[in-house]
Write a protein that binds this ligand. Structure first.
Ligand code: C5J
Length: 224
């Protein structure tokens, strides 16, 4: 597949699909389903459902176009040796990272809650990056995977817009990647944070990147 131009703000973005990766951030049960980390923090997890359909449609097109698709999962080792105390010691002790919940221990690798939701399950050959932090580059091999594939542009999707999506976009920006964020492929427990988070990305001439939506993105990816 050759070059296509995605209509976006602050301006259209030409991308080479062979050098573009989809980065699907933390679409895990722990954030999207009742009984996980998101709900333990007092959030209405149903607010994240809006991103599932658009992400699924994007994955279908990206798979058809044989683009690189990377999934991330936020979480920690069962012994929690990679979980900083400053992160763990939040909220009521019974609801903290590592505590038992209806989907297993909260935000712990290998537990049911830690895995990606069925609708967006990774396919064979799609790298899954386990990350201990908010950003997908911190303490992971994501940068190496992207460099080895000659990736220049990231299409960053997932949850939540202002936390792990934003942190990853900022990290990627400083590492020289162009970042394109389809707004309906992201979601937040706080609609106002979603809105402002996206504005922050595309403001000042695209200080962190470009913002589009799945309709415009799919139109571009399907145009060749
Ligand atoms: C949060 C994330 N919100 N994936 N994680 O703690 O955005």
């Amino acid at each position: 597949m050759g070059n296509v131009t995605v209509q976006a703000e602050p301006e259209p973005l030409p991308i080479d699909a062979a050098r573009t990766a989809i980065v699907m951030i933390d679409m895990q049960r722990d954030f999207l389903e009742p009984g996980g980390f998101g709900e333990a923090l007092g959030n209405d997890v149903s607010r994240l459902n809006s991103a599932v359909g658009p992400c699924r449609a994007l994955l279908e097109t990206a798979r058809r176009r044989e683009m690189l698709i990377i999934h991330t999962r936020e979480g920690h080792r069962p012994d929690m040796s990679d979980a900083p105390r400053a992160k763990v010691e939040r909220g009521a002790p019974a609801m903290r990272i590592g505590a038992p919940g209806p989907m297993g221990r909260i935000l712990i690798r290998g537990e049911r809650g830690h895995d990606i939701i069925e609708a967006l399950a990774p396919r064979k050959g799609e790298p899954v990056v386990d990350k201990p932090g908010k950003g997908a580059f911190y303490a992971t091999d994501l940068h190496l995977i992207l460099q080895n594939r000659g990736i220049e542009t990231l299409i960053v999707c997932g949850v939540t817009t202002e936390v792990c999506v934003h942190t990853t976009v900022r990290e990627a920006n400083d590492r020289g990647f162009r970042c394109l964020v389809p707004e309906d492929c992201c979601a937040s427990y706080f609609p106002e944070f979603h809105e402002v988070g996206l504005r922050m990305i595309k403001a000042q001439g695209g200080i962190f990147g470009w913002v589009t939506d799945s309709k415009r993105l799919l139109a571009a990816l399907n145009s060749t």
